[in-house]
Design a protein around this ligand. Structure first.
Ligand SMILES: CC(C)CC(=O)SCCNC(=O)CCNC(=O)[C@H](O)C(C)(C)COP(=O)(O)OP(=O)(O)OC[C@H]1O[C@@H](n2cnc3c(N)ncnc32)[C@H](O)[C@@H]1OP(=O)(O)O
Ligand SMILES: Nc1ncnc2c1ncn2[C@@H]1O[C@H](COP(=O)(O)OP(=O)(O)OP(=O)(O)O)[C@@H](O)[C@H]1O
Ligand SMILES: O=C(O)CCC(=O)C(=O)O
Ligand SMILES: [Fe+2]
Ligand SMILES: [Mg+2]
Length: 286
């Protein structure tokens, strides 16, 4: 699928932007379903509805505009259609091989910043959240549901950082507050070249789980929308993160999973095994 130039670009930079990959019609359907979920017209088992911390901690009564992110929509057939779009899977297969699992799903509705810069997403590596390997067989697809630019907080990437190792992550020291589980790399090189990935509606970026990335504040009045899925080869294997830098996220996830599913001591890897869904080939290991 990939031209030699595209392959080389990904190997060197850790991401690949494909223009106009998802149709307007599909994006409109995802948007409609998102709105139905916000209006609570559909109930989705396992879905996590997240509000921005600035809104969650204020007196303001939240309505659908307060939703900053939907996570784990694998049980919603309409949104999950995104993860199985053939034109996306054709690219994903270049990184994962033929057995493909959709491991993590998100619809991000980055709100207009409430004045505390909490709409930012600190610079991080997604692998920090994942207890499975090898990292080269994991890839994220992130599709802009509208034009994204520096004004509304597009993705910011540090090209080439996927060649490094997994860094220690923790909450950034931000005055205005930080969203739950938005860990960041503590000491990335501030002089590393930065790229602002500006995209049109339907453009899709594929990126490596070690690529350091984040997103800036949304300085517009609109809600910047994107839909994404992290894929892994189903031949990947789970690892034990105890004693590694990932132990802090394991503890937080176990605490939340315990509350959400009413089970104590759920293994971190099981929180992934039961959310993961096969989208192509055979479920061999994950
Ligand atoms: C690769 C990928 C995984 C990378 C990422 O996506 S990183 C971000 C990952 N994010 C997540 O996994 C979502 C984490 N969020 C959640 O689990 C939930 O939204 C919670 C923060 C637990 C809130 O759950 P919810 O059921 O809405 O609970 P409540 O509304 O009753 O609030 C309970 C207490 O939590 C606070 N809260 C709500 N939203 C946030 C927030 N965004 N950041 C920080 N704190 C928050 C809320 O103020 C309340 O606090 P107290 O009043 O108890 O002090
Ligand atoms: N010290 C830091 N620690 C962790 N993440 C940071 C830090 N500084 C910046 N970032 C992340 O990198 C993103 C991009 O930073 P950048 O300074 O380019 O954007 P910004 O300050 O949000 O907007 P602007 O385009 O006006 O500079 C930030 O929004 C934030 O998510
Ligand atoms: O859409 C964004 O702002 C980035 C989200 C992101 O990187 C993540 O949730 O891991
Ligand atoms: Fe990320
Ligand atoms: Mg700045």
């Amino acid at each position: 699928m990939l031209t030699p130039e595209q392959r080389l670009f990904y190997e060197e930079n850790g991401f690949l932007l494909i223009k106009n990959l998802v149709s307007e019609a599909d994006i409109e359907r995802f948007r409609q379903e998102f709105e139905r979920i916000c209006r609570q017209e559909v109930k989705v088992p396992g879905l996590l509805v997240m509000r921005d911390v600035a809104i969650a901690k204020s007196e303001f009564v939240p309505d659908e505009r307060a939703v900053s992110k939907l996570q784990d929509f694998q049980e919603n057939p309409e949104l999950f259609r995104y993860c199985a779009l053939p034109q996306i899977l054709k690219y994903v297969e270049c990184f994962t091989g033929p057995n493909i699992m959709a491991m993590h799903t998100m619809l991000i509705n980055k709100p207009p910043d409430a004045g505390k810069k909490t709409s930012r997403h600190p610079m991080h590596q997604d692998l920090h959240y994942f207890p499975f390997r090898p990292s080269d067989h994991i890839v994220c697809a992130w599709t802009a549901m509208e034009k994204v630019n520096r004004q509304n907080g597009c993705l910011v990437v540090l090209p080439g950082t996927h060649k490094g190792t997994l860094q220690e992550h923790d909450y950034p020291d931000w005055e205005g507050g930080v969203n739950k589980m938005y860990h960041g790399v503590q000491d990335y090189d501030p002089n590393h070249p930065r790229m602002y990935v500006e995209m049109e509606k339907g453009d899709t970026v594929f990126f490596h789980p070690l690529l350091i990335h984040g997103s800036g504040m949304n300085q517009t009045q609109g809600f910047r929308k994107a839909i994404s899925c992290h894929y892994a080869s189903s031949d990947c294997y789970y690892i034990d993160v105890r004693g590694t830098t990932q132990e802090n996220i394991e503890n937080e996830v176990q605490e939340i999973a315990g509350k959400k599913y009413g089970i104590n001591e759920v293994a971190f890897k099981d929180t992934w095994a039961f959310r993961g869904r096969l989208v192509q080939g055979e479920r061999t290991s994950l």
